[in-house]
Design a protein around this ligand. Sequence first.
Ligand code: PA5
Length: 446
Amino acid sequence: MIHINTHFTADFYTPTEWEALLPEGEKALNTLYEGTGAGNEFLGWLNLPGNVTTDTLQAIQSQAAKLQKISDYVVIIGIGGSYLGARAVIEALSNSISHKKEGADYPQILYAGHQLSGDYLHELVHFLRDKRFSLISISKSGTTTEPAIAFRILKNLLENQVGKEGLSERIVAVTDANKGALRMLTKELELPSYVIPDNVGGRFSVFTPVGLLPIAAAGFDIAELIRGARQMEAKLFNDRSVESNPALHYALTRNLLYRKGYTNEVLINYHPKLAYLSEWWKQLYGESEGKDGKGIFPASVQFTTDLHSMGQYLQDGKRNLFETILRVKQGNYSPEIPMGADDFDQLNYLAGKSLDWVNEMADKGTLLAHLDGGVPPIQIEIDRLDEFHLGQLLFFYEVACGISAYLLGVNPFDQPGVEAYKKNMFALLGKPGFEKENQALKARLG
Ligand code: PA5
């Protein structure tokens, strides 16, 4: 299970302030579970883990096995919620150097359509031109520009390799049941496809085929991921008190800190494999909470790497931030520091100690130093980095996010702010229908 420790944050608010917030937390939690809040048409994710059937899992696994057999590389095409959950899990579980599942010959997962860089796409195409590769194209709307461009280019590359008739073996689509360009193409090319339910938004979709198919294609155990999520689903639903519900506990703590002026949350981890978990978390919380002039700004750092860059700011900079430290109790490997014959580097005092232990001391020392510097810390700990514990963690974050957003008084499930850049971009690109805006923007840019 997830362990949350807010022992040290209690220095930053009074017991009365904490007690006063509890009814609001309870109300936010009930709003979420009773489906009475804003955006309640997007609550399909809330009981997704429990609703995923064995048949669905088996169908996804057998599709993944087909892709594995014919591909050395699988390219996930998607942006935002359409790729971050999968990437978070795949990177957390893959070998740090080969970026693949260890052991048997699983494909390496590559990503496209998550930005518009010409260099990136050129280099990817160049790399893939003589490789065996497949595509998983993911877009709920089926019309998002970034993945649509990447798909068009990579589909052409694939067609040159395997011909039009070979595409249905090498491309799988995950999209809306009926709408969007991707669904139309799926019909035209008779591609295998999976549906993103209407009532699940992108950033809450990791337990749909959006996350499950890429994770399975990378060779990871989606049944275990779902088992972990299901266990967390039951716990959070059944244990509604703040003492035993980690999602409510986390949501209340971060909300109270926000009210006390700590408006930025920095997610910290001590394992580079968790970098994309932080990216997923930032999207989940940033898009869900940052609206109506409100919201905790979600940021992330990797320690100890960033202690040599951002560490200075965190220790000594503007005091408007709090930290959430995500710890993994037990790493998969923990090499020991060897005894040195001449101790030229004066590290013999560490001989025989494990790297995990050294990392843990860095974590504890940093926590206390930052506490002395006026930074409230929340500690979240999972036992191991495996599918089961990641399933628990992701679902915990999702529920906590829903509660947090309702505590803040915003709709967790819309993202009106994402449209502004799209409108301007379409106008500047000369998309039909945006002619008036094109003139106005060009005049502003000079
Ligand atoms: O969380 C969200 O809703 C967004 O981040 C979307 O996932 C993202 O914009 C991609 O949208 P789509 O899946 O429609 O291509």
